[in-house]
Ligand binder design. Sequence first.
Ligand SMILES: [Zn+2]
Ligand SMILES: [Zn+2]
Length: 95
Amino acid sequence: MKNVACLRCNRAMEHAGESKLQLGEMGWFSGHWPNLLAGALEVDIYVCPECGKIEFFQPQEDEDRIAKRECPKCGEKHDWDYPKCPFCNYDYYSK
Ligand SMILES: [Zn+2]
Ligand SMILES: [Zn+2]
């Protein structure tokens, strides 16, 4: 389990369990997700008790297995589901 604070209210989020997502139903996931071919993605789910925001995380044991994307601007590595680099805000989709 992680200690996750809600970005909106800064409250500790509660672990709501792990679940498998069927990626076919997850249209908002970027097509660049490397596990796309696996068909299902295991996620850790955290819920904010204040505003109800739900956040998905990769289960921790998978973090080393999944390749990270290296930002061409600042060189930091981050997960593939960011449309922008979380470190320097480099936008992968604007040309
Ligand atoms: Zn919240
Ligand atoms: Zn960057």
